[in-house]
Design a protein around this ligand. Structure first.
Ligand code: C2E
Ligand code: MG
Ligand code: MG
Ligand code: MG
Length: 286
């Protein structure tokens, strides 16, 4: 990043402007190239959704799938969402990309239901900028109508920071989504700065405990306490609690012993293409 370049340039001394300029120029060029490719990615159909199952602790059945975007820039290059979603937000592309994600995820869920698969919830990530579009609720309503998916099979995942900011307006929007029948989850829970009195007023259905707390749950006493506290908090507010990033048996045991409701992670399955998901989960090819 540019900051790193600047820092390194400083480290090398004041009279190393040449190094600084060259490295910074290369970074700027790289970034502009990525932006240009991103602007064309939708029309070139380079995006794909992968789906990761979410499992109910009690029944051990799939109760949901999280849709996760992938960008296939070229045959051998996949750019992860952590790299391009922030850029898409910055350059004003998150609205069209986000709409594509929402529509594709709803269409896929409806197609699986029509194929006779037991219905489950499709969970879609929505970034802060996307949620703050004036017509976001209308877009969700339109996509549900156009895809004929019943609203109860759609869940929107928002991070704490996306909704904490500018409270009243977002509480109202969450209320409208809730009125449509859409479910709402707070993603990466515990990493933001939710005020508890505010949380109480949010019409959300689930808290998704951030993966960073789940990772060392079996060995780190602080993480264990944090997760127990989030489960208790969620249950006291009448919400379900989901653990993200479950990778092993020890984590699973801890989460079971501490009444976590739902689980997601590599221990069960990695995110998969639609056809791999259908094959792995229902034993069909599509
Ligand atoms: P997230 O919503 O918290 O998604 C969970 C991330 O953790 C995903 O990374 C998933 O592949 C990964 N993961 C799941 N289980 C495990 C595990 O057991 N171990 C480890 N190490 N990782 C696990 P991914 O797909 O790279 O997505 C990263 C983030 O990008 C997402 O975090 C979400 O914030 C964002 N994102 C992904 N798809 C979309 C999208 O369609 N729209 C928007 N706005 N954001 C998206
Ligand atoms: Mg998510
Ligand atoms: Mg509700
Ligand atoms: Mg998360």
């Amino acid at each position: 990043h540019a900051d790193t370049a600047m820092y390194r340039a400083k480290e090398k001394g004041r009279n190393n402007f040449q190094f600084f300029t060259a490295e910074l120029n290369a970074l700027i060029t790289q970034r502009l190239e990525l932006e240009n490719k991103l602007r064309r990615a939708l029309e070139r159909q380079q995006f794909e959704l992968h789906y990761q199952p979410r499992i109910d602790m009690q029944s051990r059945k799939i109760v949901a799938a999280e849709a996760l975007i992938r960008w296939q820039v070229s045959e051998h290059e996949i750019v992860p969402p952590s790299r391009f979603i922030p850029i898409a937000e910055e350059i004003g592309l998150i609205a069209p990309i986000g709409k594509w994600v929402l529509r594709t995820a709803c269409e896929q869920n409806k197609a699986w239901q029509d194929a006779g698969i037991p219905p489950f919830v499709m969970s879609v990530n929505v970034s802060a900028r996307q949620f703050r579009q004036e017509n976001f609720v209308q877009i969700v309503a339109d996509v549900l109508r156009e895809t004929a998916l019943d609203a109860c099979y759609l869940e929107i995942e928002l991070t704490e920071s996306a909704v904490m900011h500018d409270a009243e307006q977002f509480i109202a929007m969450l209320g409208e989504l809730n009125d449509l029948g859409v479910q709402i989850a707070l993603d990466d829970f515990g990493t933001g700065y939710s005020s508890l009195s505010y949380l109480k007023r949010l019409p959300v259905d689930r808290l998704k405990v951030d993966r960073s707390f789940v990772q060392d749950i079996a060995t780190d006493a602080d993480d264990a306490t944090i997760v127990r506290t989030i489960v208790a908090l969620g249950h006291n507010l009448g919400l379900k609690v989901v653990a993200e990033g479950v990778e092993n048996e020890q984590q699973l045991e801890f989460l079971r012993d501490n009444q976590c409701d739902e689980l997601q992670g590599y221990y069960f399955a990695k995110p998969m293409s639609a056809s791999d998901f259908a094959h792995a989960v229902f034993g069909s090819t599509e």
